[in-house]
Design a protein around this ligand. Structure first.
Ligand code: ADP
Ligand code: ZN
Ligand code: ZN
Length: 760
């Protein structure tokens, strides 16, 4: 392909005449050129062709500076020899940024698959595979770390230094205490602005700096693993037998059954034979504890990648894994897209977790891409969960899937007792039934810990005027504004719009504005008033921004002190609360009348997870569920605490109405300044399907206005394609591609395609 596409230039045409950019035109062209396709970070579905001197050492996956309009853009070389226009008419790619490929051929192949399968712009997809640090012109560089030490010979009057330059003094004292040296990260912890005083110390010859490979900075002592239970040992043995070649191992184990120990054993096997491991956890699941546990147990170099890190830290981790210097990459969703020369295992913990689905920008599901990647490289994947997703349970019927179970907790810990409280006939106080309040009272008096789960943040979801009926609604969305009392603001949870809480009704001037409903903030105030001497901790998106902060807030809980812990679904992730012996689930009924087809699956997962994280030690836990529908089959199923029975129930429902996983789905959402424009655009697309006679085996639903039609000032409509067979869906999608990818409709209507969407 490459040789055939190389065009010879006639001697007289050595200079490029078409290009209007001086910097390029004035360059002499070499004898022959090759066309090359580049992915550019733009929302378009094609790559861009440029000319490359064919004697240059171009590599697939290399980054180039490309002339683009009046400017330059970064492009990733994806193909050599393919051109959309004759080579001599192509602009020349300006220059390579690095001497080597940034993305390996495997990642280019995976990116191409992802872009095609999820119908996403190829350039944007490719850039997802680069750490943010490399998305601009920054060249690849060595990730050696600075290590600062105090010069042993230097003499200094410490007293004087302390008086005159306290920051220099502080740094020097720390360095003298750490003979092996301190890294920039450690120095930053001592003093955020450590650079300036350190420079002075360096000029005075009091300290030295060496560059060292971060690998050598890691302590590689190993902790002894616990003796595996019989059940764990059985699973490890079964899994080890199939740790080469493509297999999907589902590890379904109740919370606290020791799944992590099983992952660690599998990772150990792979690392001992020189392999590398990708270990994915949900966004809030990556705690320093987990990192230390993995590193200390495996005695191997582990790098972490998560959103609380700086761009440079993420690049460092990415680069060490790519160079093969780190054996394990422990990270959240996007860590899956990192390169590894000897990848031999992918672990996806809490595989049911929604944070694996990217909901904006490039839409993909990291668990599913992990499985695809494993298939391409012929290696095993371990999916772990106490509450596997319906998709994964459905896929168990496929030949390369294996099902492993852990049904018991090691040691004496008992599963919790569940109890329903009928909330339909009693008077509630701040969303709590008298029974629940009494149970909390008892637990607190005993010096115990209580967990209250409420999936609604803020103070109150409704603010209204009783005189005229005014309600606080968002002017950009079809949604109410939630009252956040600590901030004294009304906030839209969909677009982030916020305003000051008005003193009087904006419509009639009435001074008496009321709020209704209970959010976590109000519940916290209520509990604090009622149980004055007990600390009340709140965990939600307003109080916690990352895993570290969450850990800080949870300190009293971990320490076993008496307390009341209130939180949203964030509580159901990653952490164990061994001393909590009472869990109250405030409102489960939301899920029964939600428009979200996965609501009951989510509810089942959250209840099983929240209840399962309590009462781990000697004392067993108790969970109370408040519901106005205690006889509903879902509630009865929850009561039995049999997740599989619940899933059976949910699956029956899905089969009956024809929803995933029985049918596969693709949704197309149009977003425009009027609902009409959005609907029109989708009607046009739909007519393509009707004209082509699609309909027998692909179900087309809509277009209809989306569940929340107006959002951030724009109107949304959508239609869904459903079929039992993904290939049939893709055939239908192929018919739509020209209409989706073309410019028709212009910028005023934006289309978003979602393959295997989370919602319909
Ligand atoms: P899961 O991931 O299934 O919720 P973990 O792997 O985190 O569970 O284990 C739960 C707790 O049990 C941890 O504190 C872990 O150290 C402990 N544990 C796991 N396996 C064993 C074992 N075989 N012996 C003793 N303790 C264990
Ligand atoms: Zn009013
Ligand atoms: Zn809004």
């Amino acid at each position: 392909m490459l040789a055939g596409a190389v065009e010879q230039f006639r001697p007289g045409e050595k200079r490029c005449r078409r290009d209007k950019h001086q910097c390029i035109c004035d360059r002499l062209m070499s004898e022959s050129r090759t066309a090359a396709a580049f992915g550019i970070n733009l929302p378009v579905y094609h790559s861009f062709s440029y000319g490359l001197d064919s004697d240059c050492q171009a590599r697939i996956g290399q980054r180039y500076r490309l002339p683009f309009g009046n400017d330059f853009k970064i492009g990733i070389l994806v193909e050599l020899g393919a051109a959309t226009a004759p080579e001599q008419t192509l602009k020349s790619a300006a220059e390579a940024i690095d001497n080597e490929a940034t993305l390996s051929p495997h990642l280019i192949e995976l990116a191409t698959w992802l872009a095609d399968y999820y119908c996403q712009p190829i350039g944007e997809v490719l850039f997802q595979f680069l750490p943010r640090y490399l998305r601009g012109r920054q060249p690849l560089k060595s990730v050696a770390l600075e290590s600062w030490t105090a010069s042993p010979t230097a003499d200094v009057d410490l007293e004087q230094l302390q008086r005159r330059a306290p920051r220099q003094y502080e740094l020097l004292i720390h360095l003298r205490q750490h003979a092996t040296g301190l890294t920039p990260g450690e120095l930053r912890a001592i003093h955020p602005q450590w650079r300036t005083p350190m420079r002075t110390l360096h000029q005075r010859g009091l300290v030295t700096c060496t560059l060292c490979d971060p690998v050598s900075l890691q302590a590689l002592d190993r902790d002894q693993p616990p003796e595996l239970s019989q059940e764990q040992a059985g699973v490890v043995e079964g899994m080890s037998a199939e740790l080469d070649g493509f297999h999907v191992h589902l590890l379904q184990g109740i919370t606290g059954s020791g799944k992590t120990e099983v992952y660690l054993a599998a990772m150990q096997t792979v690392i001992e034979r020189g392999g590398q491991v990708l270990y994915l956890v949900p966004e809030i699941g990556l705690t320093p504890q987990l990192f230390n546990r993995v590193q200390r147990r495996l005695g191997a170099v582990v790098v972490a990648s998560h959103s609380a890190q700086t761009d440079y830290q993420r690049f460092q981790a990415w680069e060490q894994f790519r160079r093969g210097a780190a054996a394990v990459m422990l990270g959240t969703r996007s860590a899956l897209l990192s390169d590894a020369p000897r990848l031999q295992l992918i672990v996806v913990d809490e595989e049911h977790d929604a944070s694996y689905r990217q909901q904006d920008g490039v839409r993909y599901h990291a668990r599913d891409v992990a499985i695809k990647r494993a298939q391409m490289l012929d290696l095993p994947v371990v999916l772990g969960s106490a509450t596997p997703s319906t998709e994964t349970l459905f896929n168990l019927a496929r030949p390369h899937y294996r099902h492993h179970r852990l049904t018991r907790r090691p040691g004496t810990a008992q599963p919790p007792h569940l109890q329903l409280i009928d909330s339909s006939r009693v008077e509630m106080d701040h969303g709590c039934t008298p029974q629940l309040l009494q149970a909390i009272q008892q637990e607190v008096q005993r010096g115990g810990q209580v967990l209250l789960f409420l999936n609604r943040r803020g103070y109150a979801p409704v603010v209204m005027c009783h005189a005229c009926g005014w309600q606080s609604v968002c002017h950009q969305c079809d949604a109410r504004l939630t009252l956040h009392q600590s901030m004294q603001r009304l906030i839209c949870h969909h677009c982030g719009y916020s305003e000051i809480v008005p003193d009087t009704c904006p419509q009639c001037g009435n001074a008496d504005i009321h709020h209704h409903g209970v959010g976590t903030e109000k519940l916290q105030h209520f509990m604090q008033r009622r149980f004055e001497s007990t600390p009340v901790v709140r965990i939600d998106r307003d109080s916690v921004s990352d895993a570290r902060q969450m850990e800080r807030l949870l300190q009293p809980v971990q320490a076993g002190e008496p307390c009341i812990l209130i939180g949203t679904q964030m509580l159901a992730k990653g952490h164990d609360y061994p001393n909590i012996t009472l869990a109250g689930i405030i409102d489960v009924d939301q899920a029964l009348y939600s428009g979200f087809y996965r609501a009951s699956e989510r509810l089942a997962q959250i209840v099983v997870q929240v209840a399962g994280r309590t009462g781990r030690a000697e004392r067993s836990g108790r969970a109370l569920l408040q519901t106005a529908f205690p006889d509903h089959p879902l509630m009865q199923g929850l009561l039995q605490q049999d997740y599989e029975q619940l899933v059976d129930l949910i699956m029956q429902e899905r089969r009956l109405v024809g929803f995933p996983p029985y049918l596969r789905a693709i949704t197309i959402t149009a977003d425009a300044v009027t609902l009409d424009a959005a609907m029109q655009r989708l009607q046009t697309l739909r007519s393509v399907l009707v004209d082509a006679g699609i309909g027998a085996d692909v179900q087309v639903i809509g277009p209809i206005p989306a569940l929340m039609t107006r959002r951030v000032g724009r109107y949304r409509a959508q239609f869904s394609l459903l079929a039992a067979d993904m290939r049939k869906l893709r055939r239908a999608l192929a018919l739509l591609l020209p209409g989706i990818q073309g410019a028709s409709g212009g910028k005023r209507v934006k289309l978003v395609v979602e393959v295997d969407p989370i919602d319909l």
